[in-house]
Structure formats: C-alpha cells, structure tokens
Design a protein around this ligand. Structure first.
Ligand SMILES: [Zn+2]
Length: 455
C-alpha cells in the first residue's frame, strides 16, 4: 500500500494528477484499512492517471481494485430529498454558523462580549474591516433572520439599532428606508437595556416619532430572556438542518428505501433502482455501450429497470411468492407500485417493515443474480438453477411462515446484523435474512458454504 501511496505522490510531483489543494496543502488520497479514497478534479487527465496507477498496482500486487465514482450532488443530500444523507460541506457550515449565532444571542462569553463591543451586532451592515469568520456569520445571520423571534427584557443585550427585534425588522431597516441612519450614529453601540427604565420604554428625545411608535409596540417581558428558533426555545442540530433544506422537494419513495430496520446493503441498491442508477442494458446503450439487450431472466423483453423490477414474468413470480397479495393484480407492477402495495396493506408497522425489507432484499439478490448470469457464466445452467430455485422456495417458504410469527419476529428479525451473523455461521447458511430466502445459489464460485448447501 505504501507503493500505491508513493505512486500518487509521484503523479503529483510530475503534475499528472491534480488533487484538492489549499495553499501549500494538497490532498490526493486517503487510506484506511483496505479502503482507498481518491480526491481530485473530475478531468480526463486525472482519470487517465488514476487508471494507470491502479493498473500498475494491480499488475505488481495481483490485487484488483474496483473503481467507484460518486456524484456529491446526489449523495450529499438528505435521504428524504433523494440523497444518501451524507452531510455536505455547505450544510456543515450552515449548522455550525447557526449554532454560533444562537449562542451569541443567548449566552455570554469573553469572545461574544468582545464581538459585541467590536461589531455591535451580526446584522450591522456598516461595519468595515470584518474578520472573515465574522463576515461569514453575518451573511448567515442575514439569511436566517426570519427564523428567530426575539424576546425583550429589561436587561437585554440586543443592539437597539442593528438587531431585528422589532417584529422581524431592525431599527436600522426603518432608518435605511428613510435614509436617516447616519443621524443615529451615536446610538450604534446602545443596547436595548439602555432604553428601558423600570420595565417601561425610556426612549431618547432624539428618536423620531415613527421610530418611537415602532419600538413602543414591542412588549417588554418580565420573564427571563427567551428567544425562539422557528417556534422552538432550544433548537437542536436537526432543527437547524431542517431550515437548511426547507426549500428542497422531498421524494415520495424515501420511506420505501429507508424504513425502520432497513439493511444498508439492500437499501443502497433500492435507492439506485429508484434513481435509475442500476446500469441496465438500456442505460448502457444510452451511453454508447452495447451489451445483451434482452432480459437475462426471461430472454424476452428489453432489460430496463421497470422490466427487471417487476414487469418481468420471472421476477414478478418471485415477488408474488413473498408478497402474496400481488396475485390479485391484473397487471405486473413497477417498482413504485410494488412498494406502494405494501403500504396499502395497512398492516402493523413491524409487518410492513418486514415486507419492505423483503422487497429490498429481493431487488438486491435479483440484481446480483442478474450480474452473475450475465458476467459470471451461469446462463447455460438455467435448468439446474430452476430446480434448485424450486427447492429453495419450498424450504424457505416454511421459514417465512416462521418469520411471520410474532415470537420468531422478536427473536430473529429484530436482532442486529452482527448477532444474526453469529447465528448464521454455525448454521452454515443464511437463514435469518428474508433476502436470503431467494438466494439463487451458487451465486459465487468461491462460496464457502456451497458444499454444505448441496442438495
Ligand atoms: Zn425479463
């Protein structure tokens, strides 16, 4: 692995690979255990260099690396907005900035005291020579001002002129509209507590009547200072996160993929299926890559996502086996309709989650079986597999009945994958995962349990 690392360093030195850099610091790759993450610009030159480095590495070590490319735009969005829920850098900036702004408004520390003395307020748009970090906080404060409702108390630290405590606006906003803000320069550093005397407004004579009227309309609370973030007194990270993504549209299918007790291994494939990310023949043809266009299961129709899941007679038969109510459908469902039918059953939550997990497992194993038939050379042995499939269905159908029982549900299904694995090993084959119920063995040539599964 050191050799691989050196190859990247050499490529950077030869200027044949551009990593991500800031000043003199350039990052090209990160290694952890047997994982390698490569950082670089999405250019053809970088892709060629990366390919060449991996080829050299494979020829020297005999290890083959699978190359995955991901789109940050698709992955760094919340799950309900069709992403994978990985936080983006912008989102992290937002949350940390909002967190600091909230603490600035609600607590005192030496740093906040110093900021107030130097800049008066986060909404002071006249301050010059701002530190970059303070500037970032001001920009964020300007974006989120409508999220905060201020409470006014006799000891309030808020800025009279700059903070938006008058019904969502600041006095500066009103003065800016009448172009008279410079007349109030001597009050720029004043705090709200300076214009309150014994729980009543005590405004300077200088304040114009319309400004006084606006201020006097704001109630003074005799309770402790109590600002609100979108109706919440103590916002947590999730509340800040919701505000960041409030204008993003949600996808209706996220509840199908990320249900309670979902298995990441299966759900990622379902997510890909919903996003048209599984590389079917139809998809590859659009990119100019020609593969066998026919479905490898029925050899009848063009291979598309909607055909594979579940318009294909073969895959639909499997879906019907595990989701019996599908038998009453007059037409074969697509992916959305199949998942929708699970919710239409109005069953208890644990039963619904079981069916969702089963469907996800079906998709995962079908995709693997499809790849094995196309790339693994199993296509000619269909007859043998068909016999074995029948046997598997018979045996594992009994297991499904077992799983449907509440006791079995509690004792088997709700265990963690790790515990389940520990049961799985002595048994010799997968009995605990609903997805394993449709495993078309042997999927892998070097399957360690293959011999034990022999009929
Ligand atoms: Zn088919």
């Amino acid at each position: 692995m050191d050799g691989l690392s050196t190859s990247f360093d050499l490529a950077v030195a030869n200027k044949s690979f551009d990593g991500i850099s800031a000043d003199n610091c350039e990052v090209t790759h990160l290694m952890f255990a047997d994982d390698l993450l490569v950082f670089g610009y999405a250019t053809t030159a970088n892709a060629n260099t990366l390919n060449s480095i991996l080829k050299d590495f494979a020829s020297v070590t005999g290890l083959k690396k699978k190359l995955f490319t991901v789109s940050w735009k698709n992955t760094c969005t919340p799950k309900q907005n069709d992403g994978l829920g990985i936080p983006s850098i912008d989102y992290l900036y937002h949350n940390y900035a909002c967190s600091i702004i909230w603490r600035f408004l609600n607590s005192n520390s030496l740093l906040f005291y110093w900021w107030r003395a130097k800049y008066y307020s986060l909404w002071n748009f006249t301050s010059a020579n701002k530190a970059p970090y303070w500037d970032l906080l001001c920009k964020k404060a300007s974006c989120i001002r409508n999220c905060i409702s201020f409470s006014i108390t006799p000891s309030s630290n808020l800025s009279v002129i700059w903070d938006p405590w008058c019904g969502g606006n600041s006095i500066a906003d009103y003065l800016k509209a009448s172009n008279s803000i410079t007349n109030y320069s001597s009050y720029f550093s004043w705090k709200v507590s300076n214009i309150i005397l014994r729980d009543n407004w005590n405004l300077p004579q200088f304040f114009e009547s319309h400004i006084s009227f606006i201020i006097k309309a704001v109630p003074i609370s005799s309770l402790a200072e109590n600002h609100f973030w979108v109706g919440k007194q103590n916002p947590v990270f999730v509340d800040l996160y919701k505000q960041f993504y409030c204008n993003w549209s949600k996808v209706p299918w996220y509840k199908y993929v990320w249900h309670k007790h979902h298995a990441l291994r299966y759900s990622v494939y379902v997510w890909l299926a919903f996003k048209d990310g599984l590389k079917t023949s139809e998809f590859l043809a659009k990119r100019g890559i020609n593969t066998a266009a026919k479905c490898c299961f029925c050899h009848d129709d063009t291979e598309t996502i909607s055909h594979l899941f579940f318009e294909c007679s073969f895959t639909f038969a499997i879906a019907k086996y595990f989701l019996p109510w599908l038998n009453v459908l007059l037409m074969r469902p697509n992916l959305h309709q199949l998942y929708n039918s699970i919710f239409e059953q109005r069953s208890l939550a644990h039963s619904r989650n079981y069916h969702l997990l089963t469907s996800s497992a079906i998709i995962y194993f079908l995709w693997r079986a499809r790849n094995d038939r196309i790339f693994g050379g199993y296509a000619l042995k269909n007859l043998v597999y068909a016999c074995r499939d029948e046997y598997v269905m018979k045996i594992l159908g009994n297991l499904q009945i077992l799983l449907d029982c509440q006791v079995a549900w509690m004792s088997i299904f709700e265990r963690t994958m790790m515990i389940a694995d520990s049961y799985q090993l002595p048994l010799g084959w997968s009995t605990w995962q609903p997805g394993a119920l449709i495993l078309f063995w042997p999927i892998r040539e070097n399957d360690p349990y293959r011999q034990q599964r022999a009929i």
